[in-house]
Design a protein around this ligand. Sequence first.
Ligand code: BGC
Length: 450
Amino acid sequence: MITSVPVAYEEFMSYLDKVFTINENDIKVMIKEFHSEMQKGLSGYESSLKMIPSFVDRPEGSERGKFIALDLGGTNFRVLAVELDGNGGSSVLAVSKFVIKHECMTGTGKQLFNFIADSIETFLSDNEIDRTKIYDLAFTFSFPVEQTNVAAGTLIQWTKGFTAEGVVGEDVIVLLNEALRSKNINCIRVAALANDTVGTLVAKAYQDKNCDVGVILGTGSNACYPEKLTNISKWRGVRKKGSMIINMEWGNFCHLRRNCYDIDLDEESNNPGYQYLEKIVSGMYLGEITRRIVYDLVHRGLMFSGPNARRIFARKESIETKDMSLIQSDTTTNLGEIEEFLTELGITKITLLDKKLLKKICSLVSTRAARVAAAAISAVLSWLDPELKDEHTVGIDGSLFEKYPDFSNTMSEVFKMLFNEKAKNIKMELAKDGSGKGAAIIAAVAASSE
Ligand code: BGC
């Protein structure tokens, strides 16, 4: 609690509290809406949840071999060589990380796919890979893709700041193959295309049979789970029995109470009108929501009264989600780490109250994110198992879950609030590098079923 503050602060903070708090009732309403959107998406009706069939089911745990995996979806592009031992174990033999330049994300598709092929070339050379052999490759492409089979799919829309022209509506595997051929890389056969959530679920389920939800809480946010084919009424495939993992694309879920900061952020984003849940939950946006609140307070004369604060906080992304993480972990009495961060940013006049307010704002924004993420997971679990009778492992990858202070504790509290005793049936587990290892497993399954 912030004490001895003028009324204006208190009024403003209680306003913020009101617009950022998600209570139990909000969560229950959200879960109902989620189920209704899931149903619509599975039936092929217009829905904010696309519910995309992945053409993959959970693995047996016995898949084996060496595979190459590509991982595109955030600020870095990764190429990995992964080995599966056939006993639920997997290891990354080599990995190279390439920073994706802004002009590759926002230029043309050709530029982006050429960059991908060049990076693969570097990986092959650096690791002295024998090019007389053919390697099965899985492409983790973490954007909404309408898959037509396990190794084909067209991009529906870009998210997370990517806008590369000429890719939406195209089959990304065709674009990848074209780029590989144009660079004379002939030792690779693209065996599978996968979303990162699917890779995460598959990687976790390879070791743990109870894993039935894969979640990403990182730069973007999304989830997948296995659905009975009989429940996917839009499914036109030959196979009618069994189940298939559904990429929900939950980042686009739209039945959420949004406040003025969310609305402004959306309007100024690359994809206005889309990805409402992602814009409330994911790492790409939390810092920017916080920055907008701080700027509002500065503008109203309620925070950082120094001369340069307005100019500094007027700059988009002057606060990033990783800064919020640092701010919230500062437990020193005089909040020295927050002071250091602000000084580096160029803020000259900093009071203890400013620092406390900043910490409180970060906590409001991140707590809401964690509660909405937990609500979305609860919606998936209660869809799969309404009484929560069985044990469920939720495999989660992403820096918010892994690193953000208290994020996972806040999520667990929501499970306890909703499911009481039965919340113990939910086990959230970090699925580090799920998108690399999982992609290899998918490639193994795809290659063996040919
Ligand atoms: C994409 C998803 C992806 C998620 C996490 C979202 O922006 O639409 O396909 O799974 O980010 O990377």
